[in-house]
Write a protein that binds this ligand. Structure first.
Ligand code: GLA
Length: 679
């Protein structure tokens, strides 16, 4: 079963257990002072040494959890293989240092002296040998345990609660440089007390060990942990999905004031390369983690990673945003309609600016250099951090950002701005959909954002093989002054029989700077080939969708959401009533259908599926072309299904949305039972 699901269960068990402990005199929760049974008795703790100088920039490295969990791949040869690749692939040069072991490295029982024992199947030469190996490469080793009686895995590996001083000393003796300290099986002992005890135990070893607090943001560590650990998790576990990444991003962004050198917000480890998101989405993940000065812990098995994954993880200009010595976490400048502008003040006075498009279709995302915090100036240098090109801008910072994409730039006041060609901004208007054999009308634009004119401008639009693309107005101009645009109309025909799906067209503008320097701007324009539903009534679960996003696992047709793989759900059941047809989702969820202005009505019976008996609470909404046309308010696990009817007359796209009811997404299995559309 998927991990957070088990953790939900586990938390309930822990809660019950600590309640039981409270009622049982004599069974006091273990003291977190490090002197409880089993811990090799420490001498009175020496005065804690300050952890000065640790993690002055966010830690960078690797952790096996997101790629292996406790699977058989997690062993000495993996860890050493990653260390080899850090060196061979230039990741060490890019700043990645820590090679970290997560849960399941130990045996379930301590030895007769109360010491932790590395699992001989995974680490036949012990942990010290692995530490020596990575140290010999100029890298550092991290390890994991829990601030509880056991770690999070069901197998019940030993936790450090009551063993803090002994375990910390054992880690230090092995040469460990980083400890991730989890929160499972904590017996209800106060979090601050548990995390402080381990801090003091680590300091008492005299070895500098980065201390990563992992209590999932449950006790607001950003309010008390700045002098406890160098980083603290702010959320529950990430998973390899767009919905999970996005929800964590939104929880971590508002915590910006609490981050700084030596005390970082940790929105969890990277999923880049694990396959559940597109490369565009992974670039957004990596861009936004860098903007948030988040720890950059690679979570994919680099031994199997694609060149595209290495390109993302190794982008030194993006990494420089994360690692900027000023140590400020970026803040949200604006957010509306899925268009996000996030800015980060940099030590050299420049600003990193992320133009992020959360929505499912391309959008213009825009700000200005002064809004981003720079002083007024005639022009600025604008550096594209993913494309590694420099331009000049008269002040506008904007881009046509693809669906789920991020354009990341660095803007600076710089005397040499005129040496760079002007920035130009591509734009797009018109149809987003085309039927097989049909023709879409598009208008492209290219606007000069620079202080200098763009000269000898020409544009081209290239469709997929077999498509016809014809310009219906001019495709070139001799000069575009600041703020002016070249607009071009296009007719784009998809061949008859083109299967439904997304098709990319390349839009390219070529131009020259006043000094004759050649420049170009290329953008991908995506058209969807789709047919509206047939006339009459249809079950939505029988129709193709445009997109389907879910908090956990895929959206299911005619079953509930089982949280992990396709087809792992159960019959749709709300309050004992079983439905043969419908969609099984998990909040936050959005399923989009192309309705081509041909439909009128959506109906469904909606509610939280019985498969989760805990604290499921969701709200169901129907949107027509970005306008909310129906919503239920919060529905919870114990409620019967509610009828829902939405008028979607004239809409091109209808979205079925399930949001978290306000208590987090745990158990939020939203069923659209009997969902139908009339066209
Ligand atoms: C918790 C943590 C995860 C991972 C697992 C290991 O869920 O939040 O990051 O360490 O435990 O069991």
């Amino acid at each position: 079963m998927r991990h957070p699901h088990t953790r939900t269960t586990r938390r309930r068990v822990v809660g019950a257990l600590s309640a039981a402990l409270l009622c049982t005199a004599g069974l006091a929760a273990p003291a977190a002072a490090g002197t409880a049974t089993g811990s090799p008795a420490p001498a009175p703790a020496p005065a804690p040494a300050p952890a000065d100088g640790l993690a002055l920039t966010p830690p960078m490295g690797f952790n096996n959890w997101n790629s292996t969990h406790c699977g058989a791949d997690f062993d000495e040869s993996m860890v050493e293989g990653i260390a080899d690749l850090f060196v061979a692939k230039g990741l060490k040069d890019a700043g990645y240092r820590y090679v970290n072991l997560d849960d399941c490295w130990a045996l379930p029982s301590r030895d007769a002296d109360g010491r932790l024992v590395p699992d001989p199947a995974r680490f036949p030469h012990g942990i010290k040998a692995v530490a020596d190996y990575v140290h010999a490469k100029g890298l550092k080793l991290g390890i994991y345990t829990s601030a509880g009686t056991k770690t999070c895995n069901e197998a019940g590996f030993p936790g450090a609660l009551g063993h803090e001083y002994g375990d910390a000393q054992q880690f230090a003796d092995w040469g460990v440089d980083y400890l991730k300290y989890d929160n499972c099986n904590n017996q209800g002992v106060d979090a601050k007390q548990r995390y402080l005890t381990m801090r003091d135990a680590l300091r008492a070893t005299g070895r500098p060990i980065v201390y990563s607090i992992c209590e999932w943001g449950e006790n607001k560590p950003w309010e008390w942990a700045a002098d406890v650990g160098q980083l603290w998790r702010t959320t529950g576990d990430i998973s390899d999905s767009w919905g999970s990444m996005l929800s964590i991003l939104k929880q971590n962004l508002p915590l910006a004031p609490h981050a700084g050198p030596g005390h970082w917000n940790d929105p969890d480890m990277l999923e880049v390369g694990n396959g559940g998101m597109t490369d565009t989405e992974y670039r957004t993940h990596f861009s936004m983690w860098s903007m948030m000065a988040a720890p950059l812990l690679i979570g994919t098995d680099l031994r199997k990673a694609s060149p595209a994954t290495f390109d993302i993880l190794d982008d030194k200009e993006v990494i420089a945003v994360d690692q900027d010595p000023l140590g400020k976490q970026g803040t949200v400048l604006s957010s509306a309609g899925g268009r996000w502008v996030v800015t980060k003040e940099m030590k050299d006075g420049s600003r990193a600016v992320a133009l992020f498009n959360e929505s499912g279709s391309p959008q213009r995302v825009a700000t200005t250099a002064t809004a981003a915090g720079l002083p007024d100036a005639p022009a600025y240098t604008l550096r594209d951090l993913w494309r590694h090109r420099s331009y000049n801008t008269a002040g506008t910072v904007s881009a046509l950002v693809p669906a789920h994409g991020t354009v990341l730039v660095r803007v600076a006041v710089d005397r040499h701005w005129a040496a760079n060609p002007p920035a130009v901004e591509p734009g797009l208007d018109g149809d987003r959909f085309v039927r097989p054999g049909g023709t879409a009308a598009l208008t492209t634009s290219v606007t000069d954002l620079g202080r200098t004119p763009a000269r000898r401008v020409s544009v081209a639009l290239t469709g997929p093989r077999g498509w016809s693309v014809t310009a219906t107005s001019r495709t070139g101009t001799s000069a575009l002054p600041t703020g002016h645009a070249l607009r071009t109309g296009w007719r784009v025909t998809a061949p008859a029989g083109t299967p439904e799906g997304s098709y990319d067209l390349a839009f390219r503008a070529r131009y020259r700077s006043p000094a004759g320097v050649r420049a170009e701007s290329t953008t991908t324009i995506t058209l969807r080939v789709a047919e509206p539903p047939p006339a009459g009534g249809s079950y939505l679960s029988d129709l193709p969708w445009l997109s389907a996003d879910n908090g956990w696992g895929p959206v299911e047709r005619d079953t509930s959401n089982g949280e992990t793989a396709a087809g792992d759900g159960h019959p749709l059941t709300v309050d004992g009533v079983v439905y043969a047809k419908g969609l099984g989702t998990h909040a936050p969820s959005q399923v989009d259908y192309y309705t081509g202005r041909a439909c009128q009505k959506v109906t469904a019976e909606v509610g939280v599926d019985d498969e989760e008996r805990a604290d499921g609470s969701v709200s169901f909404e129907v949107w027509a072309d970005g306008r909310e046309v129906a919503s239920t308010g919060v529905l919870t696990t114990d409620m019967a299904a509610q009828p829902l009817t939405a008028d979607v007359t004239g809409a091109e796209v209808v979205s079925l949305v399930v949001t978290d009811g306000g208590n987090g997404i745990t158990s939020d299995h939203g069923d659209w039972a009997d969902a139908r559309i009339t066209c």
